[in-house]
Ligand binder design. Structure first.
Ligand code: BGC
Length: 756
């Protein structure tokens, strides 16, 4: 470090110490004036639901706030409403402590970015940080100072609908995404009025719900937790995340909200987290249904474990005073929780100006702006993954007749995807409009629906927000006949299908991840015309597309691209943008392979690669190919990239040294394109079985036609370490393998030795 940097760090540290001192003084003084009831009030986080439409002052929530019985609230949209509530807190309560206003700003506010699994598929951490920054700017312009994001739960089972909200199956990528989100939301230091506090969730293991069924049990070894599930939460803590949300599930049989090992030993003592812990919605009450405790005892368990704020259970406020009087909890524990919440308010600058984030003028001018939308459009196009492009069907020419079919073709409400609390779908383009705008008068675009999401009306309505207007009741045959008629003289068919926006997300577990029958019938009918068909697959998870990958010439996986999806899909399918997204989840061939992930442990009886039928006494299936359909890290481009000359600087590395692995990547096609170059590590002889490969480095590069670039991975022991049987973070001397390539399967491998 240069002297100037050292001096700067010293002065920053000194400044931080000064600020901390000031904050502690302020909080101490405030707490010395607070009654027990006022303290417990700060630990209560009632939902904002009852005033979404009503008058804040006369709502139940308004009454709670005026009585000093709320530390904050959440999911209220609109600066006026938020201001009215803040005014109640500041002017009507004895000490005038301001409220925190939270919201699930998961992938944007009114400018909606791709759902997080799509954002992760960009592998572009700067883009994710920018998306979070814009989300923070827009949300803060409407009074929000706290977002319940990032959701970083590792998910290996796509039946779990909340895979949509996370970064996928990989801990290394998941940690990078986690850091990017936190940096984007919190900015430099929460000083500005457009930097908001992040809340990493759902701590912990929520993505490992058994059977992919939401809210279900998660159970695994501590080694699995530390090596594969914890890294993204830890990364958020290291990035300075202000708060953390505990998960609904049990960890080692104890609900996360009451799990002291999780919330105190690991989070605070091992990782040094100094923010506050909020429960998930109603989680303290749910402990009764978990078979652990009724709300009175559950409140005690939660506080003892390290929970600071109670979301929506109303359990702390009803029970903590009595628990204190009975000696079940101590004043010190209540004080610790209150202190952490007041510190967060202080750091957000709310004591200096409770209205810091509430500015009706900013709300009018800074939300859904052209520049925010342009950014969202660019990032959405970056998130799409081209899975197949036989005969270069894509990109399409802007000419002739394009027949758009499918339930996603003409719906704006389905564009944003799950958890878009502040979205205004009426402002968003449909895919049909996007395509029409892109071709202007150079080509004709027709639309016929061809099918609903599901033939069954209940399933269909559930898939798309219970919006009856979206359903066409004419029946399968009539819909397909109409689409066939429209496709008759088309040059190309674009089939926009897959999941409705509510088929993934919370409480949207699915047991069958293939395309619903009614949509498949439409696809078959379109293929029967003999015309080129492009499938645009909307999905919030890894879907099963074995049949489609065999029969449809071009497949573009677009997740849910957010408010600008219509334009972004047009950008990619007409070739104005070259696709570059890559999968962050493995796509299975069959439902029966699930859960599936690339970084699995080797078995003692591995099956030989390739599927020539069942291999007896090997780890495979009697009746199906166990290999993924499309592997983790996979994605095509309109150009081609060649990997060559993979090399390492030395075949021996000392524990405090480093070696460099380098691969040359060349754009051998005739278009400029971005490539995501991936490096993996394998530890073939360790004290515990280690994954067959683990992502340890990646880089997104842009190459012009004919251009080559060397991409390097600087290997230090950091990339070789793992949590061993005793949970020590170690790099064990011996052989290692390093691999490089365009995805987790097409890899070149070299070996080196880590010396003692
Ligand atoms: C979800 C959380 C969310 C919370 C508040 C819960 O149902 O699990 O992810 O932040 O609601 O809306």
């Amino acid at each position: 470090m240069c002297l100037a940097t050292v001096a700067l760090c010293q002065s920053l540290n000194a400044a931080n110490a000064d600020t901390d001192k000031e904050m502690n003084k302020f909080v101490d003084k405030l707490m010395s004036k607070m009654t027990l009831q006022e303290k417990i009030g700060q630990l209560n986080l009632p939902p904002g639901e009852d005033i979404v439409t009503g008058d804040p002052q006369s709502s139940n929530l308004g009454a709670l706030v005026a009585a000093g019985k709320a530390g904050g609230t959440f999911n209220i949209k609109g600066a006026e409403k938020i201001k009215a509530l803040q005014k109640l807190a500041v002017e009507k309560t004895r000490l005038g402590i301001p409220l925190l206003f939270g919201m699930d700003v998961i992938h944007g506010y009114e400018t909606v970015f791709p759902i997080p699994i799509g954002l992760a598929a960009t592998w572009d951490m700067e883009a994710i940080e920018r998306a979070a920054r814009i989300s923070a700017k827009e949300a803060s312009a409407a009074g929000i100072c706290w977002t319940y994001s990032p959701m970083v739960d590792i998910a290996r089972d796509p039946r779990w609908g909340r895979m949509a909200e996370g970064a996928g199956e990989d801990p290394y990528l998941g940690a990078a995404v986690s850091r990017a989100f936190v940096k984007g939301y919190q900015g430099k230091n929460l000083e500005n009025n457009d930097e908001i506090m992040a809340c990493v969730k759902h701590y912990a293991l929520y993505g490992a719900a058994e059977g992919g069924r939401d809210y279900n049990t998660a159970d695994m070894s501590r080694q699995y937790m530390y090596n594969y599930y914890f890294p993204p939460y830890k990364a958020a803590v290291e990035a300075g995340v202000g708060s953390i949300m505990s998960s609904f599930n049990t960890v080692d049989g104890v609900p996360a909200t009451a799990n002291k090992w999780l919330l105190t030993d690991v989070l605070r003592n091992q990782w040094g987290f100094d923010g506050f812990v909020v429960t998930d919605y109603d989680a303290i009450n749910e402990m009764q249904k978990h078979g652990v405790a009724k709300p009175d005892k559950a409140s005690v368990l939660a506080l003892n474990a390290g929970t600071d704020m109670d979301m929506a259970s109303h359990a702390f406020i009803d029970n903590l005073e009595k628990a204190l009087n009975e000696g079940k909890i101590s004043m010190e524990q209540i004080d610790n929780a209150v202190r952490r919440i007041l510190m967060a308010k202080y750091r957000l600058g709310l004591f200096k100006n409770p209205y810091k984030y509430i500015d009706p003028q900013r709300e009018k001018t800074e939300i859904y702006t052209e520049s925010n939308r342009n950014e969202a459009r660019k990032i959405a196009a970056e998130s799409f993954v081209l899975l197949k492009n036989e005969g270069n069907v894509l990109p399409l020419k802007k000419e002739g007749k394009i027949a758009l079919v499918g339930p996603m073709g003409n719906s704006s409400s389905n564009m944003p995807g799950t958890w878009s609390v502040a979205a205004v779908p009426s402002k968003y383009k449909t895919l049909l409009q996007g395509l029409k705008d892109a071709v202007g008068d150079k080509a004709e675009v027709t639309y016929t629906k061809g099918s609903n999401f599901y033939d069954d009306p209940v399933q269909d309505l559930a898939a798309a927000s219970w919006n009856k207007a979206l359903r066409d009741d004419r029946g399968e045959e009539a819909l397909i006949a109409e689409a066939l008629e429209a496709a008759k003289d088309a040059d190309v068919i674009v089939a926009a299908m897959g999941e409705g926006s509510q088929s993934s997300g919370e409480s949207a577990s699915r047991g069958d991840l293939s395309l619903p029958d009614t949509q498949k019938k439409l696809l078959e009918a379109m293929l029967s015309t003999g015309k080129p068909v492009v499938m645009i697959n909307f999905s919030g998870r890894a879907t099963v597309m074995d049949w489609e990958s065999k029969h449809v010439p071009a497949i573009l996986n677009v997740w849910f691209g957010g408010s600008e999806t219509g334009d972004a899909v047009a950008d990619v399918i007409f070739g104005d943008v070259n696709p570059s997204g890559k999968l962050t989840v493995t796509l299975p061939r069959h439902n029966g392979q699930i859960p599936i992930h690339y970084n699995h442990l080797p078995t003692g009886r591995p099956a030989s690669p390739g599927w020539n039928g069942f291999q007896v006494f090997r780890s495979n299936y009697v009746d199906m190919d166990p290999a993924p359909l499309y592997p983790f890290g996979y994605g095509l481009s309109y150009t081609n990239f060649k990997y060559s000359d993979f090399r390492i600087s030395s075949t021996k590395m000392s524990p405090d040294g480093h070696i460099t692995a380098t691969v040359t990547v060349t754009n051998t096609g005739d278009r400029a394109g971005d490539e995501i170059v991936q490096f993996y590590i394998n530890d073939p002889e360790a004290s515990m079985s280690r994954p067959v490969k683990e992502l340890k480095h990646f880089e997104r590069i842009s190459l012009k036609p004919g251009e080559s670039r060397d991409v390097s991975f600087d290997i230090t022991t950091d990339a070789l370490k793992f949590y061993n049987y005793n949970l020590e973070h170690v790099a064990e001397p011996g052989e290692f393998r390093v691999m490089a390539g365009p995805d987790s399967e097409r890899l070149s491998t070299l070996s080196f030795i880590l010396k003692e």
